[in-house]
Design a binder for this molecule. Sequence first.
Ligand SMILES: Nc1nc2c(ncn2[C@@H]2O[C@H](COP(=O)(O)OP(=O)(O)OP(=O)(O)O)[C@@H](O)[C@H]2O)c(=O)[nH]1
Ligand SMILES: [Mg+2]
Length: 443
Amino acid sequence: MAAPTTIFALSTAPGHSGVAVIRISGPCAGDVLDRMSPPRPDHRYAALRRIRDPHSGDLLDEALVLWFAAPRTETGEDMAELHLHGSPAVVKAVLSALGSLEGCRLAEPGEFARRAFENGKLDLAQIEGLADLIDAETDAQRSQALAQMRGALSNLYEGWRRDILEASALMEAAIDFSDEDDVATDAADRALAIVRTLGGEIAAHLDDGHRGEILRDGFRVVLAGPPNAGKSSLLNALARREAAIVSEEAGTTRDAIEVRLDLEGLPVIVTDTAGIRTASGEVEKEGIRRALAHAREADLILWLSDATAPVATPPPEDISRGDKFLIPVATKIDIPGAALSAGHVAISAKTGAGLPQLVAAITAAARDRIGASTTPAITRERYRQQLTQCMSAVHAFMQGNMMEQELRAEDLRQAASALGRITGRIDVEDVLGEIFGRFCIGK
Ligand SMILES: Nc1nc2c(ncn2[C@@H]2O[C@H](COP(=O)(O)OP(=O)(O)OP(=O)(O)O)[C@@H](O)[C@H]2O)c(=O)[nH]1
Ligand SMILES: [Mg+2]
C-alpha cells in the first residue's frame, strides 16, 4: 500500500473567532512544522511559534503549535495542530501555504475520523457516537453520545459477539467429536445455553421503545386541532419568538413549522400544523394532509380546542393512539366566558397562564419515553437492523435440529457477523462512505 497522503483542514467553525485550529495528519505532519514554524515542539507539547509561508518566508501568524508523534494520536498517524488567530484571512493564508507543500492536501469530510477507524483508534459505533457528540444540542444527547463514543455500545456488542464465538467453538468441537456421542451432545448443550442467555439479552435490548433514537433525533410533539384553535400562538409562546404567522383568519398555517426546545436536557421538536377541517382549497387540503401525517408520526400530540368555542372538536380517529400519545389542551382561557373542560390542560398563549403546566406535561411525557436508564440504548436504525438479523440467526440456532451441527454452526457465524458489522469488524466497505461523508471537513 502506498504511504498515505498528509491531510489538513480547519477543525473549528469557519468565520471570525478567538482561535482557529488547523489539524494536520499524516507522514509529513512533522516536516510541515519544521518548514513553517521551526523548531518542532516536543511530543504532546505546545509552543508559541511564528508561522511562515514555506516558499516566500512571509510571516503569516504567530500561533500556538502542537506536535503529536504516531501512534498515540487521535488518527494513529503523526499529527500537528496550529492554534491560529481566528480570522478568515489568517486561516486562508495558512491553508493555502499548507496546500502548496508536496504530499499535503485538504482533507475530505470525515477523513480524520476515517483514519482513526482504519488505524483501530475508534470502531464504527464509537465514530458514530463522536458524530452525535458534535451534533448534540442538549445535555441528555451529550451524555448519550459521549458514552457511545467511549465504547458503551461497542463493548456491549463485542461482548455478545465473544459469547457467540465461544458457542461457535463449542459447535466446532461437537462437529469434530461427532462420533463420540456424549462429548458432542455435551458441547452442543453448552452452546445452546450460552445462546439462550444471549438471545434474552438482545431481545431486551431491542425492546427499548426506541428511546435511544428518540433522544438522538428529538422527541416529536405536534400541535394539532381545528383552525383558529391557537396552535401557532402556542408555538410562538413556547419558542419565545414569532416563528409562525398568527391571524384571526381560519386556515392561516399551511406548511408545518418546527421549533427545537431543550426541556430539562431533553431535545423536543414542536411542530405547528394546519388547522384540521373539511377544506375546499387545494393548498389548504395539502396542508391538512401534512398535518395528519405529522400527527400520526408524533411521539406526542397536543390537541388544541378553543375554550370559547360552542362545541369542542374531537381529534380524528386515525391520529389517536391512546392517552399516552395525546394531551388535550383548552386554549384562550383569558377570554371571559371560556369554558374549562375536565382532563384538559388549560392555557392562554396571550397571558402565559397554564404554560408552565403544559411544558411540565410535555417534559414528563418525553422523560417517560426516553427514560433515564443506565443501560446504553440503540441510537441508530443501522444497529437495530443488524441486531434484528442477529436475533433471527439466534432463533434459527435455538429452534434448529442440533444433530445438523454444520447448519447450526452457520447460524452462529451469521449472528456474529451481524454484530461485527455494527462495530465495523467485518464487511463494512458499503457503509463507510455513508458514515464518514456525513461529517464536516476537519472532523
Ligand atoms: N385572547 C386570546 N387570543 C388568542 C389566544 N391564542 C390565539 N389567539 C387568537 O386566536 C386567533 C387564531 O390564532 P392562531 O394561533 O393563528 O390559531 P391557529 O390554530 O394557528 O390557526 P390556523 O393556523 O388557522 O389553523 C388569533 O387571532 C390569535 O390572536 C389566546 O391565548 N388568547
Ligand atoms: Mg396557525
